[in-house]
Design a binder for this molecule. Structure first.
Ligand code: FNR
Length: 356
């Protein structure tokens, strides 16, 4: 199976595969309603600074595709939507483009359509520093995502089996990269233990990409025609848990929340907990491929408007104020976090200025 063909199949099988049935944990998290917000909706501002640029809203179209002529239109549409809405975007793993110059345009299209926007490169954390440099230059990236995807590789018949040396490689890349390096998972989450290791080698940006949305174990089993039967469900870390685990460490890191977001009040909850951006992949892919670019424009506008309404309902005029509002963590998520020794009551009352 060539890498080129795999890129096309990932999109096809992601669309055929239902989202994970376990949930991303945000149904356990509640914002506390404020019936006296003393705000005018016109004042509610979702803008922020990220990687030395301005975003109109704290959203990221997360890494998905590129590397096959038939997926170029997806990156073109996603980039146009990102440019129009003023949100960030990452492209899919660029290894195919590094190996074959003929498919580079399927990635480059994202920069051509959005010359001034925030665009993130994406390669495996096992890539050489030279490959990372080339991937950044290919799209004039503002930052580079290095993905960790052990669970996916093991599920992939042709996947990697040796993950030794990844941390040392990340350290080398961080020391040489001219743009910020963001370590991300692809749907199984990052634990406190993992985050401590990557922080210690110099990483300051992470994307937890937790369990509860796109399920790559399932996609890989279906892609190779093997029986799946809900395997490994007890190993992944939900997005909500992974987000709180990462923030509870009080490290000076920027945290992106992704994994299973569908643009409902889960977005506001993640931002209130302290995520800088909320990333969505599978949800946006479905809308742009099964609907159209226009459908995605409309969906993104609704998500941003719903976020503004939620902010007003809790009395937050901007994203910093949102991180000061009380929220309550319940259920399985609370139980997990308590058993891991994390103080969840710190979120339950009006908080001091957030750590955004
Ligand atoms: C992905 N994802 C991904 N991530 C990455 O770092 N490099 C990649 O090349 C890809 N490719 C890819 C293809 C497709 C079709 C999908 C749907 C996803 C993972 C993605 O960025 C994200 O981390 C997970 O999908 C979890 O988010 P959602 O989909 O639950 O919002």
């Amino acid at each position: 199976m060539s890498r080129l063909h795999r890129k096309k199949e990932h999109v096809e099988f992601a669309l055929k595969t239902p989202q994970s049935t376990v949930g991303n944990g945000f149904s356990d998290i509640y914002l506390v309603y404020e019936a006296l917000p003393e705000l005018n909706l016109e004042q509610v501002d979702t803008s922020l600074d990220f990687l030395n640029k301005k975003l109109k809203a704290p959203l990221l179209i997360n890494a998905m595709t590129g590397g096959h002529p038939e997926v170029k239109y997806i990156n073109r549409s996603l980039a146009r939507v990102a440019a129009r809405a003023g949100i960030a975007m990452a492209i899919g793993s660029q290894t195919a483009g590094l190996e074959d110059s003929k498919v580079r345009d399927t990635y480059r299209v994202a920069r051509d359509e959005n010359p001034d926007g925030i665009l993130l490169a994406n390669v495996s954390a096992l890539s050489s520093p030279d490959m990372v440099k080339e991937a950044i230059e290919m799209i004039e990236a503002d930052g580079v995502q290095l993905h960790l995807n052990v669970a996916q590789e093991l599920a992939m018949a042709e996947g990697d089996r040796n993950f030794r040396g990844t941390l040392a490689n990340i350290q080398k890349i961080v020391s040489l990269s001219k743009v910020p390096v963001i370590i991300k998972e692809v749907g199984f989450g990052l634990s406190r233990e993992t985050i401590k290791k990557i922080y210690d080698v110099g990483v300051r940006y992470i994307d937890v990409s937790g369990q509860g949305g796109t399920d790559f174990i399932r996609i890989e089993y279906l892609r190779s025609g093997r029986d799946y039967r809900e395997k490994f469900q007890n190993v992944g870390i939900s997005t909500a848990i992974s987000l709180v685990e990462s923030l509870s460490m009080d490290l000076p890191i920027v945290v992106v929340a992704s994994g299973g977001f569908t643009g409902e009040s889960d977005v506001a909850c993640a931002l209130a907990l302290g995520a800088k951006l909320v990333g969505m992949a599978g949800h946006f892919l479905r809308i742009v491929t099964e609907g159209s670019e226009q459908c995605l424009n409309e969906r993104v506008d609704i998500i941003i408007e719903d976020l503004r309404h939620t902010m007003l309902m809790v009395g937050a005029a901007n994203l910093r104020e949102l991180t000061e509002k009380p929220l309550v963590i319940t259920g399985k998520t609370a139980e997990w976090l308590l058993r891991r020794g994390i103080d969840i009551d710190r979120y339950s009352y009006l908080r001091q200025a957030g750590k955004r």
